[in-house]
Design a protein. Structure first.
Length: 190
């Protein structure tokens, strides 16, 4: 009996929606050259949360609206840097969705803070403040953490302890591939 290598994940193609799980889809923004840029996530089916709408490219926002339409109810960001958030106000205009952002974000309908919850018909998302304007989001039903680029510089010391009780399965980063083994990625396996 031979052990086969796991198949590599399919390539990330900017502007193309990809289902990552039953409740989570990703649309990558165009990046530099042939590389995909920031991942925009759509959470839900009947009601949709947009996480990290991106820098505001009209083409990208049109794709997001085409995938979510009038079911887009909320817009949130992992951080307020223009790469993540510049498209938020335009997307709000296009969809009428509630814009939930950290204190001081111009045009927000509600203030995002640690423990903020979005209870939709089929899921719950809980925000975790990570310092300053940075937030991550826990998709409770799928035990997935949407982290933006929080992990790019390494894993924050307090993160494994903060998420241990969540029994995480997956991590959805701001750039790159969806990570199906959250515990290994976060260094939580023994």
């Amino acid at each position: 009996m031979t052990v086969e290598e796991p198949l590599p994940p399919p390539p990330i193609i900017p502007g193309v929606a990809r289902a990552l799980s039953p409740l989570l889809r990703r649309i990558a923004n165009p990046g530099e050259g042939d590389e995909p840029g920031l991942n925009t996530y759509l959470v839900g089916i009947d009601e949709i949360v947009i996480i990290d709408p991106g820098p505001g490219s009209v083409d990208h926002l049109d794709v997001v609206c085409g995938c979510g339409g009038d079911r887009i109810r909320w817009i949130v960001m992992t951080q307020t840097d223009p790469e993540y958030a510049a498209g938020a106000k335009k997307l709000k205009q296009m969809t009428g969705a509630l814009l939930v952002a950290p204190p001081g974000f111009d045009g927000a309908d509600e203030v995002l803070g640690d423990g903020y919850k979005i209870d939709a018909t089929e899921f719950r998302i809980i925000a975790m403040e990570m310092g300053g304007d940075d937030h991550i989001f826990f998709l409770e039903q799928e035990r997935t953490l949407v982290v933006g680029d929080l992990l790019d510089g390494g894993i924050p010391e307090d993160l494994p302890a903060r998420v241990k009780s969540m029994r995480l399965k997956a991590v959805a980063p701001g750039h790159g591939q969806y990570i199906e083994d959250a515990k290994e990625h976060l260094g939580m396996k023994k």
